[in-house]
Design a binder for this molecule. Structure first.
Ligand SMILES: *Cc1c(COP(=O)(O)O)cnc(C)c1O
Length: 314
């Protein structure tokens, strides 16, 4: 069992840089844009998946649970992060994976396997019912939901906001906070940390607007306060979750070439595309300050390129 206090100190040290974006493409808009580079926290365990895991790992160790059990798809960034956490902090990990075992593992499952994550594959209906296989002794397990999205995960994401506030020049008033969203956990943490003092723009990586009620539910369960300082932006899913169009790939490669900031095609690429499109449309007030949270996901790009036969630079 890892030493709890040592671990907490180590976790506290994991901060990410805040960068002012200075590209000429922004000059005409009269806005100041900062990027919170959570993608740079660690090569394996970074982004919002780290934020959501942080306090959950502390809690697992406090409860003396030496095994982290969680759920996800075969390409899940969360599965990757949990496997990496197990390897870094000496915990056993179990991944319950949606769908039949593939004949050949993709990059994420290969990595999970290398980290000694124990993988179990469930049919889609068993997965939906979250049926944990009988041969797993659940009494030793700390069970984390899909995406790491639970109340401690949301609390961990609140730290994105507190960290940024410490990093910004004194007296900076942020007008907009932007994040990409899948389960709504990260968005909920950001919204609750803002305490209604500036607006959060939540870019959905999925088609439809069900995330709105998901986020309301998460906030209701975990924070028990009502917030009106946010809106869900649903126009930049590019056909649906993990789908793409050539213009998205072009944009990501252009953005990397001009800013040196790599983006992933599932979450951050779509959000940055959306933000630049909204700037062009005059959505943001003149003179405003925007903080964009880079939630990571870059470790998944190689596998995405492999599956789709495309080339995104990271
Ligand atoms: C998982 C993930 C998200 C979505 O986060 P939620 O908390 O599930 O909404 C956003 N960006 C990246 C890079 C992710 O891996």
């Amino acid at each position: 069992m890892p030493d709890l206090n040592k671990l907490i100190d180590e976790f506290e040290a994991r901060k990410s840089p805040l960068e002012l974006l200075t590209i000429s493409a922004l000059d005409k808009y009269d806005v100041r844009v900062y990027v919170k580079r959570d993608d740079l926290i660690d090569p394996y365990l970074s982004g919002n998946k780290w934020r959501k895991l942080n306090l959950n790992l502390v809690e697992a160790i406090r409860l003396a649970k030496a095994t982290i059990l969680t759920f996800g798809g075969a390409y899940s960034n969360h599965i990757y992060a949990v496997a990496a956490a197990g390897r870094q902090f000496g915990l056993k990990t179990i991944g319950i994976i949606r769908g039949e075992a593939p004949r050949e593992y993709g990059a994420t499952l290969r990595f999970a396997d290398e980290c000694n994550m124990e993988l179990h594959f469930l049919s889609r209906s068993d997965y939906r019912a979250k049926i944990i296989p009988k041969d797993i002794d659940q009494s030793t397990c700390y069970i984390l939901p899909e995406g790491g999205t639970n109340c401690l995960g949301i609390k961990g994401c609140e730290r994105i906001v507190t960290e940024v506030k410490e990093q910004l020049p004194d007296d900076t008033k942020v007008d907009y906070w932007c994040t990409s969203s899948g389960t709504g956990g990260t968005a909920s943490g950001i919204i609750s940390a803002l305490k209604n003092d500036s607006e959060a723009l939540i870019f959905s990586a999925l088609k439809g607007d069900f995330l709105k009620s998901d986020i309301q539910k998460l906030l209701g369960n975990c924070v028990a306060k009502k917030y009106s300082n946010w809106q869900l932006i649903t126009d930049y899913h590019f056909g649906g979750y993990a789908k793409f169009k050539p213009e998205l790939i072009e944009f990501i490669n252009y953005f990397k070439a001009t800013t040196d900031i790599p983006l992933d095609p599932i979450y951050t690429g779509k959000m940055f595309y959306g933000i630049l499109d909204l700037l062009e449309k005059g959505f943001f007030k003149k003179g405003s300050t925007i903080v964009i949270v880079h939630t990571g996901g870059l470790q998944g790009v190689a596998g995405y390129n492999e599956r789709k036969g495309i080339r995104i630079e990271v």
